[in-house]
Design a binder for this molecule. Structure first.
Ligand code: CDP
Ligand code: CDP
Length: 222
């Protein structure tokens, strides 16, 4: 790709596979705009729970989703969702949200509401002068940007992932989330076609970032 071309990096993987920390490191190294799509699903889940909308396909869900005004604010290189003027805080990482988010994210209506919004982040990044976008989630390389310039799939053993969460002091229904995320009908978590697997079980964060950076550099120089 030529130097002035916009680069898209897609990162997918299960819970605690290292998507957020790796994408932060790559954002800073390559001056990319970073999009954590999990924070979008978490934010929508919080708003639906607050409105008393259950994780079921029905008219109440459709109305609530339709009514939501979604915008983007950029904070330190990260695209933050704004829903009716509200921007997420640490409350989206609570045990309550960890417990429910995959049930809401499995609903085709919820995924449909976020599909174009996620793709529009490319224009948001371009309008704000970024030379590329790094987006992480579960279906980025498979559904949102199947033509991304670099597609990474992060993996780590269940033991390594559980240890990471324990170190963070976070209570998380990781196994339950991974099970629901991998088996849902719409956009399940899977290794995207043409993606590069990085198993970080035995790797430090710096090593993962260095390894991923090689693929981005190769794409930029191709
Ligand atoms: O975003 P995701 O849930 O995939 O993972 P993360 O939040 O980036 O990583 C979960 C925890 O694992 C964080 O505390 C990271 O610092 C840590 N981590 C690690 O110890 N070694 C790695 N190679 C990657 C992440
Ligand atoms: O940080 P961690 O990997 O634990 O989770 P996250 O990236 O914040 O995502 C939270 C949840 O949102 C996931 O367990 C999925 O149910 C959902 N999600 C999704 O379905 N599709 C995405 N592209 C991103 C997240």
């Amino acid at each position: 790709m030529s130097k002035d071309q916009f680069i898209i990096v897609a990162i997918d993987g299960g819970a605690a596979s290292g998507k957020s920390s790796t994408s932060r490191g790559l954002r800073d190294r390559f001056c990319l705009m970073r999009v954590d799509t999990g924070s979008f699903y978490r934010s929508i889940t919080l708003k639906l729970l607050e409105a008393g909308v259950e994780a079921k396909s029905n008219a109440k869900l459709n109305q609530a989703l339709e009514k939501m005004e979604l915008k983007t604010e950029i904070e330190s290189g990260d695209a933050m969702i704004s829903i009716d003027g509200w921007t997420p805080d640490e409350s989206i990482r609570s045990e309550r949200i960890n417990h429910s988010v995959s049930d809401y994210a499995a609903l085709p209506e919820v995924r449909g509401r976020l599909l174009q919004y996620q793709r529009n982040q490319k224009e948001v990044a371009q309008e704000n002068g970024y030379s590329g976008l790094i987006m992480e989630g579960r279906d980025i390389g498979s559904v949102i940007f199947p033509d991304a310039n670099v597609k990474l799939f992060l993996d780590a053993s269940p033991e390594a992932r559980a240890l990471r969460r324990a170190k963070e002091g976070i209570v998380d229904s990781m196994e339950k989330r991974d099970r629901i995320d991998s088996t849902r009908k719409t956009a399940p978590l899977k290794r995207p076609e043409g993606s590069i697997i990085i198993d970080s079980s035995e790797m430090s964060l710096e090593e993962v970032i260095d390894e991923a950076a090689k693929y981005i550099e190769a794409a930029l120089n191709s």
